[in-house]
Design a protein. Structure first.
Length: 178
């Protein structure tokens, strides 16, 4: 068996992992996930939010055996090489975890990471909203720890949220607009 991962091309976060048997070459992303990879989060009371990641925004890579990636893929990332074509290295990076720092309001999502980085940090967030999904992108400036991504949401509503911040473990959870 060989470990293969599906990752978000913009941030490198692993969003899915599978052990393939008998495959001599990696399948393309669309053959693994279809047009989108649905990530689901429970909203309680039998409700589930589905956050679809578009296959065009995903990549697939062979990775060194890392059992933790099968159980908690959002805790890992691929690292792209700077060769002729960007290619993922086989070793997965274990990402730093963070628990607080997501604030959903009627006018946007504020993301605060625990430690500032020396360069720009890419951020991608998906927010469920009834039948729609808001896809937000931004950057945390060098030396800063926070970014606010604008989106309009109803007061006191509950949403599924996927947040991918470069260098930090991904977060998939339920959030309430405060």
């Amino acid at each position: 068996m060989a470990l293969s991962v599906v990752y978000a091309a913009g941030t490198g976060h692993v969003v899915g992992a599978l052990a393939l048997t008998g495959a001599s070459t990696l399948p393309d992303v669309a053959s693994l996930v279809g047009p989108a990879l649905p990530l689901r989060v429970s909203l309680g009371s039998g409700r589930t939010a589905t956050l679809p990641l578009n296959a065009r925004e995903l990549g697939v890579a062979a990775a060194d055996d890392e059992p933790g990636a099968l159980a908690d893929p959002l805790a890992y990332a691929v690292e792209l090489t700077a060769e002729v074509l960007p290619r993922p290295k086989p070793t997965l990076l274990r990402l730093a975890t963070w628990k607080d720092g997501l604030a959903l309001a009627t006018d946007g999502l504020t993301i605060t990471v625990p430690v500032a980085r020396s360069g720009l940090t890419k951020v991608v967030a998906l927010i469920s909203d009834e039948q729609d999904t808001h896809v937000l992108a931004g950057e945390i400036p060098a030396g800063d720890t926070e970014v606010k991504l604008p989106v309009t949401l109803a007061a006191a509503s509950e949403h599924g949220v996927l947040v991918l911040v470069g260098g930090w473990a991904g977060r998939l959870e339920k959030a309430k607009v405060l």
